[in-house]
Design a protein around this ligand. Structure first.
Ligand SMILES: Cc1cc2nc3c(=O)[nH]c(=O)nc-3n(C[C@H](O)[C@H](O)[C@H](O)COP(=O)(O)OP(=O)(O)OC[C@H]3O[C@@H](n4cnc5c(N)ncnc54)[C@H](O)[C@@H]3O)c2cc1C
Length: 503
């Protein structure tokens, strides 16, 4: 059987592969690209609208991005970097909208105020300090803060209704926050790509193995589940954008850089409400503080969502423990990922994170009533019968050796690339899809570095991302220019009808 030759193989049809495929297509339309997906649809794992929270993570509302130090200070660097990263995504999506490659923006992104809400003296003091520090930076200058019950009732009527008037409460708000349907975004990108010359989409084609040949090219072996046939593709570059499936494939690649990595799967569930009279009373993403002992990704939040054009409210996530790496994966995934090189760090992480494991197991066995009680911390009048439980996507947190040689559990996203630039994998899931563009720029710099330095690619990448190569954290004027364009193009500065009436 002869192998099909290609320039690039993108493994997985989620937001990461689609973003990289789209960037490469825009940089060099002559590249021959094949996207291979094990399921019969793209964007059906973590990227699907119902499988993630759809928060355009910009650090506006996520309190875990601004940790409090022991002396009561608030560290804002992570929030600044995530905000600047998200601005890259907004620029790239704006370019695609302007070129009519992406549809009308409300099909995938909708303006949704990002709010943080806390109660109790201690947390109110933390939020006040957080606001003071963040709003002094140009990236966050529109952030508002209030402790007034009247203002809060305006910002979040559902949350304030029937709340104890003696409870100290406070909130911040950034009006131009967003709700993103990453599933719709990805399907639109792939729909465009699959109609282009030199782009092939293979659905129902799980990648089984991959190996690097002596000439440096990769031989990727996949199964055509439609016919049962085995196929081979040979390519100069392979991207493992397989979500939870990336770690096992990275291990199969046997590149030096893959050694020592392990994965810790965390599942999630939401409470979902689609009752129109409840849904229409809340228009925001309201994030609280994570309960003690909870992992950072289980910060509770009550969100307005627009998924496939339909509005809903979503509360959660309730984390859970599972041994699957993909929602539609196998219970043997975790055990099969154990190797000589990662068994020690994995065991160290298992032993050192018993609290986390206990927390996750407790979450799994929570009753519907207990979940509704957590919801009532946010929405005191919540009616049990209006909310149903739904399973979210899987996240595989990264386990790797830290500098002291011990295993460490990481909650971020990381690109692991071969030093010859012929293969890259994306591991981890936070901040996730929001920072897909920044992550894929990293892949381009590490794996297409020589081409990216050419005047042609330099000019092209600045068309796609005008702020490329400059710092939005340091340059206030650049941020102003970039942000006024993206907010206008993506409709994120549009007022809701009710706000128009108020104005
Ligand atoms: C509960 C939850 C909440 C989240 N909330 C947010 C949020 O609010 N904001 C945000 O920005 N991000 C969020 N994320 C993270 C975000 O969803 C992910 O970072 C993002 O979707 C990952 O995209 P991906 O393309 O890497 O992976 P996926 O979307 O998982 O895509 C990987 C694809 O690869 C395919 N695949 C796997 N193995 C193989 C194989 N062997 N061969 C071929 N194909 C294969 C899979 O079928 C899948 O289609 C959340 C995630 C979860 C789970």
């Amino acid at each position: 059987m002869t192998a099909r030759q290609a320039d690039v193989v993108l493994v997985g049809g989620g937001v990461m592969s689609a973003t990289l495929g789209m960037m490469l297509r825009q940089l060099d339309p002559s590249l021959d690209i094949v996207m291979v997906e094990r399921l019969d649809h793209v964007a059906h794992e973590s990227t699907d609208g119902w499988n993630n929270a759809g928060t355009g993570h910009a650090g506006y509302c996520e309190l875990n991005y601004t940790p409090e130090t022991d002396d009561g200070d608030v560290q804002i660097e992570r929030a600044l970097n995530i905000n600047a990263s998200f601005e890259l995504s907004l620029q790239f999506w704006s370019y695609l909208v302007e070129k009519n490659i992406l549809p009308e923006p409300s099909k995938f992104i909708n303006p949704t105020p990002h709010e943080s809400f806390v109660w109790g003296e201690k947390d109110v003091a933390f939020l006040r300090k957080r606001h003071e520090k963040l709003s002094n930076h140009h990236l966050f200058r529109e952030m508002e803060f209030t402790e007034s019950a009247d203002t809060l009732r305006e910002w979040m009527p559902l949350i304030m209704s029937n709340r104890d008037p003696n409870q100290p409460v406070a909130a911040t708000r950034v009006k131009h926050g967003s709700d993103v349907d990453f599933g719709s975004l990805t399907r639109s990108m792939v729909d465009f790509l699959k109609d282009q010359p030199n782009f092939e989409l293979l659905l129902n084609h799980p990648v089984k193995t991959l190996a690097q040949r002596d000439n440096g090219r990769w031989k990727v072996r996949l199964k055509d589940e439609n016919t049962g046939e085995t196929k081979k593709i040979e390519a100069g570059f392979v991207f493992l954008g397989a979500g939870g499936g990336a770690l096992p494939l990275l291990q199969k690649s046997e590149i030096e850089e893959s050694k020592g990595y392990g994965g810790f799967p965390v599942s999630g569930q939401w409470l979902v409400c689609q009752k129109p009279d409840v849904v229409k009373r809340h228009h925001a993403k309201v994030y609280g503080k994570a309960p003690m002992g909870a992992p950072p990704m289980s910060v509770p939040h009550l969100d307005t969502r627009i998924i496939n054009g339909e509005p809903a409210l979503l509360f959660g996530p309730f984390a859970g423990f599972t041994t699957k790496f993909l929602k539609q994966g196998s219970v043997f995934d975790l055990f099969s990922s154990v190797r000589g090189g990662n068994i020690v760090p994995m065991m160290q992480v298992g032993k050192g994170n018993m609290d986390l494991t206990r927390y996750l197991i407790k979450e799994v066995f929570q009753s519907h009533n207990a979940r509704i009680e957590s919801l009532r911390n946010f929405f005191p009048d919540a009616q049990e019968q209006n909310w149903k439980l739904q399973t979210a996507g899987q996240r595989v947190q990264i386990i790797k050796k830290s500098d002291d040689g011990r295993g460490k559990l990481e909650f971020g996203t990381e690109i692991v690339a071969a030093k010859d630039g012929s293969l890259a994998a994306l591991l981890g899931a936070s901040p996730g899809a929001s920072t897909a563009v920044n992550a894929m720029v990293d892949v381009l710099e590490r794996c297409f570095g020589d081409r990216l330095k050419t005047p042609e690619w330099q000019a092209r990448i600045r068309e796609l991302i005008p702020s490329y190569g400059q710092s939005l954290v340091d340059d206030a004027e650049l941020l102003n220019t970039v942000r006024s364009r993206t907010l206008a193009t993506l409709g994120l500065n549009k007022l809701k009808e009710s706000e128009k009436e108020e104005a």
